[in-house]
Ligand binder design. Structure first.
Ligand SMILES: NC(=O)c1ccc[n+]([C@@H]2O[C@H](COP(=O)([O-])OP(=O)(O)OC[C@H]3O[C@@H](n4cnc5c(N)ncnc54)[C@H](O)[C@@H]3O)[C@@H](O)[C@H]2O)c1
Length: 376
């Protein structure tokens, strides 16, 4: 019988549930070397954890994550809690010698993220961070197109991650606004577009950023007339310079009215351009200059079985994969890596690199100058 991989999951909100869908789907979708098994779930208190464990199909539950990380039956610790808890939980799991699958952003600051990456490497513990958009087969294809030279030398990257889940001023204060958990939109979703910029184009060398808080106070709790100040950014813009000489821009906003998943990027090269918008995440736009006069234009490449891991989810091209499928692909890479295959990615070290860019954008805005990533 296949060896079991006993999962310990901390947090059962949006991402906790998404992880469970992915764990359940990964086994029948891919030929996995280990069988994920839902062992122990932790949440804020025993009652919340017990209810979630029953709903999601975990064998046991606990109201204390400290119990979970040292539980001898847990083989893998998954962290889907608010950001402020990522570091203490991950360090405790690493100290217990367990691999960690943590949601993004990895930590409140680059310094924290570095401490986590150093600890994992010193302990020889494997890690993965939930930058799931990198698993879109068309992001992998865009990276391949850029790396192959098909669009020539990269001269510019334009990347945006806009959503509107905080655009209503009556949306109450929540953990996403807690400065102890790190920055605002620039970290929450700016980290995603930064992960894509690094993945598709390469390392970023310097940034010139501007971040702003648009809604200065929010209801302290749902429906409350009392308000609390907002101390983190709602929107961010940066000009970025890549190590390979390309220029670029990165934008992130969680108050972009009407935008649901405007996670878009365009890479312009000397011979062509690739463009992807995650609201149409199965359609990569590619333009190359080698077309007959009067017939030039972008073509649309639909996701299909030729693109990494799509075939396991669906054998027919153009039938579309979705958000949860990217998480399933992410889980596949993690489990293959834990069983001795290629290391899971992105790991804590890469998440630290992403966090350095996020921190540099905020520092640049505060200090009104270009900031080199090497300063962070
Ligand atoms: N990869 C993505 O696309 C993506 C999308 C959304 C959120 N996230 C990340 O996932 C994480 C969680 O976000 P979410 O949207 O699921 O939040 P959420 O508020 O929906 O869920 C958080 C969960 O953590 C639990 N929790 C809080 N304090 C706890 C404690 N002390 N001990 C144990 N459990 C505790 C909450 O009860 C809840 O179950 C964040 O880091 C966020 O940035 C990633």
């Amino acid at each position: 019988m296949m060896q079991r991989l006993n999962i310990g999951l901390i947090g059962s909100g949006f991402m906790g549930r998404c992880h469970v869908h992915a764990l359940r789907n990964a086994a029948p979708t891919f030929d996995l070397p280990l069988a994920p098994s839902l062992e122990l779930l932790a949440d804020v208190d025993a009652a919340t954890a017990a209810k979630a464990a029953k709903a999601l199909g975990f064998r046991r539950s606990t109201g204390d994550w400290r119990e979970l990380v040292v539980d001898p039956a847990v083989d893998l610790v998954e962290i889907t809690t608010p950001n402020v808890l990522h570091k203490p939980i991950a360090l405790a799991a690493i100290a217990a010698g367990k691999p960690v699958y943590c949601e993004k952003p990895l930590a409140p600051s680059a310094a924290d993220a570095k401490e986590m990456a150093d600890a994992a490497e010193a302990a020889g513990v494997k890690t993965q961070v939930g930058f799931n958009y990198l698993k879109n087969p068309l992001v992998v294809l865009a990276r391949e197109i850029v790396a192959s030279g098909e669009i020539g030398e990269v001269i510019r990257f334009r990347g945006i991650h806009d959503e509107d889940y905080m655009s209503d001023p009556l949306t109450p204060w929540s953990w996403r606004l807690d400065p102890a958990g790190g920055h605002g939109a620039v970290a929450d979703i700016g980290s995603h577009i930064t992960s894509i910029a690094r993945h598709v184009v390469g390392p970023i060398e310097a940034v010139c950023g501007q971040v702003r808080t648009i809604i200065p106070r929010r209801p302290a709790a749902p429906g409350s007339r009392e308000t609390r100040p907002v101390e983190v950014d709602d929107q961010a813009q940066a000009i970025v310079r890549f190590a390979n000489g390309a220029d670029g821009t990165i934008e992130a906003s969680w108050v972009a009215a009407g935008r649901k998943l405007t996670l878009t990027f365009e890479v312009t090269g000397t011979k062509g351009t690739v463009f992807l918008d995650f609201e149409r995440m199965n359609e990569l736009q590619l333009f190359t200059r080698d077309q007959p006069r009067g017939r030039t234009g972008f073509k649309t490449i639909l996701t299909g079985p030729e693109h990494p891991f799509y075939a396991s989810i669906c054998p027919a091209a153009g039938h579309h994969i979705g958000f949860n499928d990217m998480k399933t692909i992410e889980v596949r890479g993690l489990i293959v890596g834990l069983a001795g295959g290629p290391p899971p990615s992105p790991d804590f070290r890469e998440a630290w690199e992403i966090q350095r860019v996020v921190d540099a954008i905020v520092r640049s805005s505060r200090e009104g100058r270009w900031v080199k990533i090497s300063e962070i």
